[in-house]
Ligand binder design. Structure first.
Ligand SMILES: NC(=O)c1ccc[n+]([C@@H]2O[C@H](COP(=O)([O-])OP(=O)(O)OC[C@H]3O[C@@H](n4cnc5c(N)ncnc54)[C@H](OP(=O)(O)O)[C@@H]3O)[C@@H](O)[C@H]2O)c1
Length: 285
């Protein structure tokens, strides 16, 4: 058996197509949405991510005011940059590029960000909103995975979804999101991690398995039931080489699976822009 592939690009394209008229409406109302970006240091991969997001912002009609601090920036410098972005009338959402240099306390910097401008949805206030089902920016990769499942009409309501990993950017917020009381969620979610040595007992009974561990090849065919839907969220980079959590042999067992490259990644970027546009809509009222 060879699994049906679930690429992220058509999902991202659909999200961008839906955002187009909303961006036009904001501009027509006199407010051009702005995605502010802050880069600390000179890491070339991080600079590349920022550049790609700026280019996408321009193509969508958003502005992208940018602050670049040197690799020797202090915590006070970063907090001042965040303060400037918080106060800027033309900035609706802010991206603080991760990772920051070692002298920067990223979590403390994140706390200084206006939660309503937190485009990644990772501020504790936004994690709280997510837990309580209140509106606010939702972490982009979890939101992208929900969008991907909905796009390919893979129902999860009432079905067993097992998430391998409870990290703060992926597994934990994803569990909160997919267990919400909504038609595209409503799943019976189980979260497994290093504290569950027999985690495969849980992935084997799930109808949807989402890998969110960041451990290359951790998910193997023997951890799956035939016909399962497999979503690969976790990845690790060795240099430029991308090493996914999901071993490629899982394609022989799964009914549907994200491709090793171009699966969840493109949806993450699309959902980041949806967060930015929604932040602008909230500010305009
Ligand atoms: N594709 C994208 O756009 C995108 C975006 C965001 C994140 N990611 C990826 O998603 C992954 C998770 O991100 P994160 O920030 O949430 O990571 P994290 O904080 O490092 O969490 C990893 C989780 O995996 C669990 N885990 C690790 N090794 C395990 C093992 N051998 N057996 C069982 N569980 C194990 C850990 O368990 P413990 O809690 O017990 O330690 C932890 O809960 C990373 O690979 C990251 O690169 C991808």
């Amino acid at each position: 058996m060879s699994a049906r592939l679930l690429p992220g690009k058509p999902v991202a394209d659909a999200v961008f197509a839906e955002l187009g008229p909303r961006i036009d409406a904001l501009i027509a109302a006199g407010h051009t949405p702005g995605l502010g970006t802050i880069l600390v240091g000179d890491d070339s991969a991080s600079a590349g991510y920022i550049r790609m997001k700026q280019e996408k912002a321009a193509s969508l009609g958003l502005t992208s005011p940018h602050i670049h601090l040197g690799a020797d920036a202090t915590q006070a410098d970063v907090l001042a940059a965040i303060g400037d972005m918080n106060d800027a009338a033309d900035v609706d959402a802010v991206l603080l590029q991760h990772p920051t240099p070692p002298q920067i306390d990223f979590d403390a910097a994140l706390l200084a960000l206006d939660p309503d401008k937190d485009v990644d949805g990772l501020h504790p206030v936004n994690m709280g909103r997510l837990a309580l089902g209140m509106p606010g920016p939702v972490p982009c990769t979890p939101a992208g995975i929900e969008a991907l499942l909905a796009h390919y009409e893979i129902p999860i309501a009432g079905r067993e979804v097992c998430i391998l990993g409870r990290g703060t950017t992926l597994g934990r917020p994803l569990a909160l999101l997919l267990s919400q009381k909504r038609p595209t969620a409503n799943a019976a979610v189980t979260v497994v991690h290093t504290g569950v040595p027999n985690w495969a007992d849980y992935t084997r009974r799930a109808e949807v398995v989402i890998a969110a561990a960041g451990v290359p090849g951790i998910l193997q065919p023997e951890h799956l039931t035939p016909g399962v839907t497999v979503i690969g969220g976790g990845v690790r980079y060795e240099g430029k080489r991308l090493l996914p959590d999901v071993d490629e042999s899982c394609e022989e067992v799964a009914g549907a699976i994200t491709p090793r490259v171009g699966g969840v990644g493109p949806t993450t970027i699309a959902l980041l822009f949806r967060n930015a546009v929604e932040a602008a809509e909230r500010r305009v009222g």
